[in-house]
Every structure is written in C-alpha cells, then in structure tokens.
Ligand binder design. Structure first.
Ligand SMILES: [Fe+2]
Length: 277
C-alpha cells in the first residue's frame, strides 16, 4: 500500500496582503502538520496548483520558506493564479520539471502508483486549457506504462461542480481533447484536481475526476443560478477548515480520501475486539 497526499490552492502571498498571508500560511502549516502525522507517512505530496496568489517571485519565495520544513518529497502542478515562468525560475532547484514544449508536465514513478502531472494553465485566463501539444504528450506518456496504476494531476477539474461562476463549459474544446486521451486508458485510477476550493467528484470519459478542498479557504456551496454581470451580494467564500486529499494505491486499486485538518478529539476507541476469538 502506498499513499500520496494532495494539497491544493495554497494561495501563499506576501506582506502586501497581510491578512491573507497570515491566514493562508497558517492553514497551509496546519495541513502540512496533519500530513506529517499520518501513519503510514505518505510517499509524496503533490500540490495541484494555485501555489501562490498572484504569480509573483516574492510569493514563490514565501512559499519556499514554508516548504523547507517539509521532509516528504513534493511534486508540483500549476494553476491559474500561478505564473509559469516565475514558478520555473523559483523552483528549478526544488524539483520543477517540464515537458519538451515547456509545459509543467511530467511523470513520476512512486512504485505502486504512477503520477502524471498535467498543465492546464492558460495565462491571462481563470479557466483551464489543454492544447493539442499537451494532449499529445499525455497520450504518449500514458502509453509508456499501460499497466501501471496511474493518478493524473491537473489544476482545473474538467467536470461541473454546479457552482456556476467557477464551472467550465462542459463541451469546451480543451475538455473534449482531454476526454479523447482519457477514454479507454484503463490504467488511470483517478484524475485529481483543485481550483474549486471544495471536494467533489464526477466522471469524464469513463474516468473518475476528484477535486480536493483548498488549504486556504473554501468556496461556498451555492448551486443556484448566478448572473455573471450583476453582483447579488451572495457569500462566495467561507471559513470552513482547511483540507487535503489522501490518494491510496492498494492491491492495484486507486482510491481517494478527503480529509479535514484540525484537532479533533476521539469519539470512540478500540477497546473490544472487532471479532470474538
Ligand atoms: Fe485557487
């Protein structure tokens, strides 16, 4: 059995934005402490994008200061709040990798699980993208190991959460392109994502898509229609606790736990055998 911890939407920032800096860093540290306390210790951590809030070099430096306390290998994906060039410059000595076209895409063999990181950043846009070159790379990379249980990581979920102001068009070309690659590649156990700052799951091309909660703040679960041109005063973000996901490879299966970070007292302890001798 092997586990991978997924953290997402860290939105680390600088002293230009003191309340958000404190809150987002405190919550990130809380999640990292919870992950370090897990038994067994995860084999790796993957960060599925929005590492920082504005893509600035100073923000990546602030993130690195926090991550230096981590003694679990970390793999990185980028999101719409990131800047590809600034990320690659800042993290070139901390494990940043690209495909031959310069996208933050690569595969990592963790043993019982193969991790394939994809880049859905379209700079200047909040929504996702996945061009022909990225899709070709993904198809080739998946075909290199058709029998290895595989987890794909990308920032943008290619399915609808129902929170309308965050959702993509379900028939967007990038989603259709991705679906063509995912369809029939049975080694894929899950596509894990972030972006929506809330845990939810769906299906695309026969594959499981699972989005994890943010380490920073969560999106309010409001499934009512929203007018994108008229603000109606609704709550859009909420101070729910920070969270993460724990992805498990076990006997050839991939499963995902959604976890809340925090100090919770035990409700019941194991004092009677589950089975009589
Ligand atoms: Fe985010």
């Amino acid at each position: 059995m092997l586990t991978l911890a997924q953290i997402t939407d860290l939105h680390v920032t600088t002293d230009r934005d003191p309340p958000n800096r404190r809150r987002n860093e405190d919550r990130l540290r809380q999640v990292l402490a919870a992950i370090h306390a897990l038994q067994p210790r995860p084999a790796a951590i993957v960060i599925s994008g929005d590492l920082v809030d504005r893509g600035e070099p100073q923000e990546y430096a602030a993130l690195q200061a926090v991550l230096r306390t981590v003694d679990i290998p970390i793999h990185y994906a980028i999101g719409n709040h990131d800047n590809r060039a600034h990320f690659l410059t800042a993290f070139k000595t901390m494990g940043a990798r690209t495909d031959p076209n310069g996208f933050v895409q690569y595969a990592v063999d963790l043993g019982e699980m193969r991790l394939v990181v994809c880049d859905t950043l379209e700079e200047g846009r909040d929504g996702g993208g996945f061009c022909e070159r990225r899709a070709e790379w993904l198809a080739q990379t998946l075909d290199e190991a058709p029998d290895s249980p595989t987890v794909i990581v990308m920032h943008h979920p290619p399915v609808l959460s129902g929170i309308q102001w965050m959702d993509p068009e379900p028939d967007a070309p990038w989603i259709e392109r991705l679906a063509c690659v995912l369809r029939g590649r049975e080694q894929v156990g899950a596509v894990i994502c972030g972006h929506v700052h809330r845990a939810f799951s769906g299906r695309l091309a026969g594959q499981t898509i699972a989005a994890a909660p943010a380490t920073s703040i969560q999106l309010t679960l409001n499934l009512t229609p929203v007018d994108m041109e008229t603000a109606d005063g609704r709550e859009i973000l909420v101070e729910e606790p920070p969270g993460y996901a724990l992805v498990m490879a076990n006997q050839g299966q991939i499963t995902t736990h959604v976890c809340v970070a925090g100090d919770f007292p035990p409700a019941v302890t194991y004092t009677q055998p589950f089975r009589a001798a």
